[in-house]
Design a protein around this ligand. Sequence first.
Ligand SMILES: C[S@@+](CC[C@H](N)C(=O)[O-])C[C@H]1O[C@@H](n2cnc3c(N)ncnc32)[C@H](O)[C@@H]1O
Length: 283
Amino acid sequence: MAMDVSGIDAIGRTAFAVAALRAAEHREAGGPFTDPYAEFFLEAAGMPLEPHPDGRDFAAVMRPQAVVRGRYFDDLLLSAAATGCGQVVLVASGMDSRPWRLAWPEGTVLFEVEQEPVLRFKDRVMGERQVQLACSRRPVGVDLRDDWAPALCEAGFRVDRPSVWLVEGLLYALDESASDRLLAGLSGLSAPGSVLAFDHFEVGPSLRAATDRISPGLTRLWKSGPADPAAWLHRHGWEPAVRELADVAASFGRTVHPAHMPGPQADGHSWLASATRTAAVAN
Ligand SMILES: C[S@@+](CC[C@H](N)C(=O)[O-])C[C@H]1O[C@@H](n2cnc3c(N)ncnc32)[C@H](O)[C@@H]1O
């Protein structure tokens, strides 16, 4: 019988949509990214593995983005963890299976900062499936709109040690000031040498049409996020390295949907960003 997911709100349920994209990629072996656990979450929630016909346009727009960012962040997180960032923070982790899936260096402590009902659901699924953790995982159940730093520190996060932060699949659901508050908060917790990574894109007409087909409520979740990721990172004391999604995709032998391409025939920029904290600065 499916688990009760009624405690997971609309924004929390978007995590299942990402899991569905990952599960679809996993079933077609040979791509740059694979996630054997994504379908565990869908099955536990009683959700279909195949997209509903109304969701096919969404999958066409978002699956290449999810796959390319997934692989890019896997590599980046493992590299940062191996070179001094022993604390990993997955912000709004959703159905991210990285605590179980990646071969973390010994001693890695990984924090998942997410809504409590989402974390409870994940714990139960992975517990029932008896999947072994690959790091020391600390779930931190919070609402990111509140002051979440004390809960993270209570879970053992050390502000005097470098960390690597991942903000994946979130910024386009925040307005500019909410993204600013989030970055200010995590910057204040980031010792010099810390690393930050995120994906972001300009939500254009193809994506709006695709989510409208699923539900206009889903389209209303799209906001703007930061307009210029590199300038935004600079302002908050980070040294940015921002790449177009299409360029990273090409390095993995993939192409992206035109919704994620800049230029007159396409919808707009889609970025993968990483940044290094050079010095502690006031936000
Ligand atoms: C599209 S999902 C992305 C999840 C994951 N990072 C991934 O890429 O698979 C967005 C996630 O953000 C979380 N989220 C959104 N607003 C939040 C808030 N105010 N506090 C905590 N989590 C939040 C949701 O619960 C959801 O799991």
